[in-house]
Design a protein around this ligand. Structure first.
Ligand code: UDX
Length: 425
């Protein structure tokens, strides 16, 4: 099939490459010219395991990136994958989506009359957005009716760091549409992927994405709250959650306690659901607590550190791990940001290391000493916090001898040395 994808971020780029891998011909619209050129040259503009290999196969062959929208009119389906960053009222900022819809509509105006086009919303948008904003905007600028342009919602559940695997091996494919035939066309794109397909209406599909992310975030906050109690009891929350998660009604996934969840999805999506619930006259007690627990966790690890080494003023603290989780260079909503800010507020100096995320963190926190290895960051530190589960951190041990004192606290269970302690264990 001929597919166009709008947006070359995580979701758009991974989807484009995977659609090409499934045999489709893909035009990726990315308005940032530098990113566009990098993609066409086979260089992914973001770090994601396996992406470069696949891109080098498809760039310039089945996959072409463009900085303008005109190629959308030559495709059968357009997937909207632009970002929906959080705005100050809790809701996502939908202006990038509105603008994409205008340009898409203008391009579809030039499509042959009678040539049906399907617009698929992959971006995470609040329930109701496709019907109330996306459909009317595209139709208005295309000067067409729903007999010529159909709409579907197809949320993406991929995780950064595992994006290609998740795309190719989803637990389910959710497709929301008004007309069955439009949903059928979207389903045909995924031929070759084995997964249950859930067919719904537009708003239901949008809500499935929010409800899934909020549930996963709630699992993590639950594990963190139990972890905080376990810490006081002197029991290991990972052992507890193993015993809990083996109950098939609960499941073992997303019960790892730590400094809380970050990333571009969970914090933003839970906040959006809270804002939506409030607007609808509901008080989302549980969702509010999910966020509250999450905001408290990074402060807890700093408090624990203070308990171990006392006043933090003038102390040198090594922060090992900056990305919001392992195997990515993404630092959006990373717990390390909150921890570093809190440590600095209490007068500590920071020596930081991450295998991939130093340059992205430098843009947010330029006033920190960054090092190119864990050993260098640890040298002469008064204590260290290991914030993420990068596999290479599991091998750290003798490097801690370079510290003034071996005071090692981990936010995720990753280390193998016996003299470390965890935030919740
Ligand atoms: C998430 C969803 O998993 C995905 O379905 C959705 O499409 C986008 O958001 P992602 O943000 O890439 O994906 O990362 P994920 O692996 O889900 O982790 C999110 C955060 O939760 C990370 O900060 C991670 O460290 C944290 N986490 C995850 C925990 O603290 N404990 C866990 O048990 C699992």
């Amino acid at each position: 099939m001929k597919i166009s994808v709008i947006g070359g971020g995580y979701v758009g780029l991974v989807s484009s490459i995977c659609f090409a891998q499934l045999g489709h011909s893909v035009d990726l619209i990315e308005i940032e010219k530098d990113k566009c050129d990098a993609i066409n040259a086979g260089r992914p503009p973001l770090y994601e395991a396996g992406l470069e290999d696949l891109l080098s196969i498809h760039a310039g062959r089945r996959l072409h990136a463009h900085a303008e929208y005109k190629n959308t009119k030559n495709s059968d389906l357009t997937f909207i994958c632009v970002g929906t960053p959080q705005s100050s009222n809790g809701y996502p900022n939908l202006s990038p989506i509105s603008s994409a819809c205008k340009f898409l509509g203008k391009s579809l105006m030039d499509k042959e009359n009678g040539d049906f086009h399907v617009v698929v919303v992959k971006s995470t948008v609040p329930p109701g957005t496709t019907e109330k904003l996306i459909m009317p905007t595209v139709l208005k600028y295309a000067c067409r009716g729903t007999d010529e342009i159909g709409f579907a919602v197809n949320p993406e559940f991929l995780r950064e760091g595992l994006a290609i695997y998740d795309f190719m091996n989803p637990d389910r494919i959710v497709i929301g549409s008004i007309e069955e035939s439009v949903g059928d066309q979207v389903q045909a794109v995924y031929e070759g992927i084995k997964a249950p397909v859930v067919r719904t209406g537009l708003t239901t599909a949008e809500m499935i994405k929010y409800a899934s992310n909020a549930f996963l975030a709630a699992k993590i906050s639950y594990a963190n709250e139990i972890g905080n109690i376990c810490k006081m009891l002197g029991v290991n929350v990972y052992e507890v959650m193993h015993g809990v998660g083996l109950d098939s009604r609960i499941g073992l996934e997303f019960l790892k306690a730590g400094a809380g969840f970050g990333g571009s999805c969970f914090p933003k999506d839970v906040m959006a659901l809270i804002a939506l619930a409030k607007d609808l006259g509901e008080d989302p007690i549980l969702l509010r607590s999910v966020i509250e627990v999450n905001e408290r966790q990074p402060i807890k690890i700093v408090d624990l550190l203070s308990k171990r080494i006392g006043d933090l003023r003038g102390k040198r603290i090594a922060i090992i791990g900056l990305s919001f989780k392992e195997n990515t260079d993404d630092v959006r909503e990373s717990r390390s940001i909150t921890v570093i800010k809190e440590l600095k507020r209490r007068g500590a100096t920071i020596a930081a290391y991450d295998p991939k995320a130093i340059s992205s963190m430098k843009r947010i926190l330029p006033d920190v000493d960054y090092y190119s290895s864990a050993a260098e960051a640890l040298a002469h530190a008064d204590a260290c916090l290991v914030m993420t589960e990068w596999p290479e951190f599991s091998l750290l041990d003798k490097e801690f001898n370079l510290m003034n004192r071996r005071v090692i606290i981990e936010a995720r269970r990753i280390l193998c040395c016996s003299d470390c302690e965890g935030i919740c264990w």
